[in-house]
Write a protein that binds this ligand. Structure first.
Ligand SMILES: [Zn+2]
Length: 345
């Protein structure tokens, strides 16, 4: 139960790329998270917190602090593995959550701590779980991620990439599953993220405040209505919220059935080549995001046009940057080029 209603996702006006990036990650968590950049007051945090209202339920091991996924015996924490061997595991269905990482978090708080004294005196490991345990199977949200210590960001990105949190102290080690969708928001006016870190986010979106007068008025009206009567406002959006939640749930079950064909792979290779992007991370992310997009559209066939569609979320932070000039992805140019290349409508 929540203390106070969260602003409904479907009540957010505009900001389509940001909403799409959040939805695609929820459909296919292997995309690798999203970084949302934008000035203050562009509904970044509102959108991430609102995502909680659309997340599906998960079957987990009851009582596990890492909320180990039920039935995934190969990826359980040591306690669950031990309990599984004497058959005392029980299943519980819980909603997937948005776990927030406070900026003041220390390494211990994020990774968790090992009680070395306990290990020495009893010969048994005792682990105090951190945020990476809570985040397992969920969304890990860091607001103002650019202000977080680089070392902590590294730690999170490593865990996110491997799906495991590994803690070692004085020769004693412990690991537990830590599979989560990392979502970071930041205001670029307050400093950027290191380029090496940028590339490790699957998607990136730059959000700008609404310039259209009518849409801006609509944003204001809805905000006022929500503040006046949060329960009533949320009730008005219940139908659209349920519809979107069902659509995401159905798309999640489609993802594993979608097999990208050679034309899709070719598109995913050609776009980064055309944009002169190093490494292969972009190619892979294009495929994963294209698959999520097809699934969200209710298709089990992924097309080159899906790859082109998601490239505006996958490519911007992977472009080479001219130190004297902020290089920007020209989406119109890319779109025209891609349509010619892949003959998509
Ligand atoms: Zn467990």
């Amino acid at each position: 139960m929540r203390d106070r209603p969260v602003y409904p996702f479907t009540a957010i006006v505009g900001q389509e790329p940001m909403k799409e990036a959040l939805i695609l990650n929820t459909v296919n968590p292997l995309i690798g998270g999203v970084l949302i950049r934008g000035e203050k007051g562009t509904a970044k945090s509102t959108a991430v917190r609102a995502l909680a209202g659309l997340l599906p339920d998960r079957d987990v091991v009851r009582g596990c602090p890492c909320s180990c996924a039920w039935g995934d015996d190969g990826n359980m924490c040591p306690e669950c593995r031990e309990r599984a061997s004497d058959g005392s595991l029980e299943m519980e269905t819980v909603p997937m959550r948005v776990v927030e990482l406070p900026l003041s978090s220390t390494e211990d708080r994020v990774a968790g701590t090992l009680d070395i004294e306990h290990a020495i005196t009893t010969g048994r490991k005792r682990f105090e779980p951190g945020v990476l345990a809570k985040a397992n199977g969920n969304i890990l949200y860091v607001d103002e991620i650019n202000l977080l210590d680089d070392h902590i960001v590294d730690l999170m990105l490593d865990a996110a990439a491997m799906g495991v949190n590994f803690v070692e102290r004085e020769g004693v080690s412990y690991s537990h599953p830590s599979r989560f969708i990392l979502i970071g928001t930041m205001n670029p006016e307050e400093g950027d993220l290191r380029p090496q870190l940028l590339d490790r986010f699957g998607l990136m979106v730059d959000v700008v405040s609404e310039k259209d007068e009518d849409r801006r008025t609509e944003i204001l009206l809805r905000r006022m209505e929500f503040e006046r009567d949060p329960e009533g406002f949320s009730e008005d959006y219940r139908g659209s919220q349920e519809e979107l939640r069902d659509r995401i749930r159905d798309a999640r079950s489609l993802v594993s059935e979608i097999e990208p064909g050679p034309d899709v792979l070719r598109a995913a290779v050609r776009i980064p080549l055309h944009l002169d992007v190093d490494g292969h991370r972009a190619d892979l992310t294009l495929v994963k995001a294209a698959v999520a997009h097809a699934a969200f559209e209710g298709r089990i066939e992924v097309l080159p046009s899906d790859v082109v569609h998601v490239s505006n979320l996958v490519m911007p932070h992977r472009m080479r940057r001219n130190p004297f000039q902020e290089s920007k992805l020209d989406l119109d140019e890319l779109g025209t080029w891609a349509r010619e290349q892949f003959r998509v409508g």
